[in-house]
Design a binder for this molecule. Structure first.
Ligand code: FBP
Length: 360
């Protein structure tokens, strides 16, 4: 396939930069370093058991209290190594590192911050189901840029609406990179022979409506009433108030769910629930919810806590968890409305039962 028929990621970024004549090129170089990390992770994932990368990293627990997989540790290392030397970053933060990573003094420091989940969908690594990497680029506070001081967690606590770029890599049947730099969402597919990402899905738009939802139903007894109502209505299908049947999916890799929703619509819910009162959600705000939220909103979808837009949430800690709902706009708005409305009186309320006084 001759190069001239396809746009490479590098070409795409240079064309984007031409819109900002004053841009230094640093930003593009950073995105390309992130893409290199994703290519290296794709190779490790593809080798699987042959590369000795499956299974747990014995005795290694991350700040989330979760046992780290070997590929969690390898992917984190690949992200750090690919991005620490380029001179574009003031610092990094990752799901797999308790504290922010400061750029070693042997390398120059830059004006951006990189936040990432090096391997999303860890529970699927050993069963060969699609996994991914998620990243978000922020601007370092001016005072950090001017002083060159070490970064601290507070420097990363910026609401999602301040992201300059966000993206994910999906390590599935093919490896893809999906990216927004604030001018829509574009998908690139990796040509493994050339080792180059090519623009394969320009200007991705999420359909506003859908009949497909994704939620881990094993948590249903912990769901709050608005979520229970929403899922019950989907399950009632044609026989219920929605008057149409819904399908359900749950891959347990949020990146793969997000990609499916970008391709054909849908709604994903990992809501706040009562399962563990110390955890106001399962997913992490800075390197899972915010980047996916930015991508969804840039593609015409919506991302919410159920109560407010996810990109408006002011972060309070580096690894904070949050309830997350994203996907087709009209469906997410319905779920938000259910959170505002009082729960409708249930038909199974004896007052309204078959033989009740109130039945017509
Ligand atoms: P990791 O980043 O640790 O993999 O966790 C996030 C995640 O795996 C999401 O990708 C996925 O949507 C969710 O957790 C699955 O949760 P559950 O195991 O409860 O289904």
């Amino acid at each position: 396939m001759p190069l001239d028929q396809r746009t490479t990621l590098t070409q795409f970024l240079i064309e984007q930069r031409r819109r900002f004549p004053s841009a230094s090129g640093d930003f593009n170089a950073l995105v390309l370093d992130v893409a290199l990390a994703c290519k290296a992770i794709a190779r490790s994932v593809a080798f699987g058991a042959l590369g000795g990368v499956l299974g747990a990293q014995q005795g290694s627990i991350n700040v989330q209290g979760e046992e780290q997989k070997k590929l969690d540790v390898i992917s984190n290392e690949l992200f750090v190594r690919a991005n620490e030397w380029g001179g574009h970053l003031a610092g990094m933060a990752s799901e797999e590192m308790d504290e922010p990573y400061n750029i070693p003094s042997r390398y120059p420091r830059g004006k951006y911050l990189l936040v990432f989940d090096p391997l999303d969908g860890s529970s699927n690594i050993d069963v060969n189901v699609s996994v991914g990497s998620i990243f978000s680029i922020l601007r370092a506070p001016q005072e950090v840029i001017d002083s060159g001081r070490d970064v601290v967690a507070a420097d990363f606590l910026q609401p999602g609406c301040q992201q300059l770029a966000a993206g994910y890599a999906l390590y599935g049947p093919s490896t893809m990179l999906v990216l927004t730099v604030g001018t829509g969402v574009h998908g690139f597919t990796l040509d493994p022979n050339l080792g180059e990402f090519f623009l394969s899905h320009p200007d991705i738009r999420v359909p506003a409506d859908t009949q497909e939802f994704a939620i881990n139903a094993s948590n249903s007894r912990f769901w709050e009433p608005p979520v229970k109502r929403y899922v019950d209505e989907c399950l009632a299908g044609k026989t219920g108030p929605r008057g149409k049947d819904f399908n359900m999916r749950w891959i347990a890799s949020m990146v793969a769910e997000a990609h499916r929703i970008l391709m054909r619509g849908g709604v994903f819910l990992y809501p706040r629930d009562t399962k563990d009162p110390t955890k106001p959600g399962r997913l992490r705000l800075l390197y899972e919810a915010n980047p996916i939220g930015f991508i969804m909103e840039q593609a015409g979808g919506r991302a919410s806590t159920g109560r407010e837009p996810i990109l408006n949430v002011q972060p309070t800690s580096l690894h904070q968890r949050i309830g997350l709902v994203f996907g087709s706009k009209n469906e997410v708005e319905r779920i938000e409305r259910y959170h505002r409305e009082p729960a409708p009186l249930k038909d199974d309320n004896p007052l309204f039962g078959e033989r009740s006084l109130f039945r017509d």
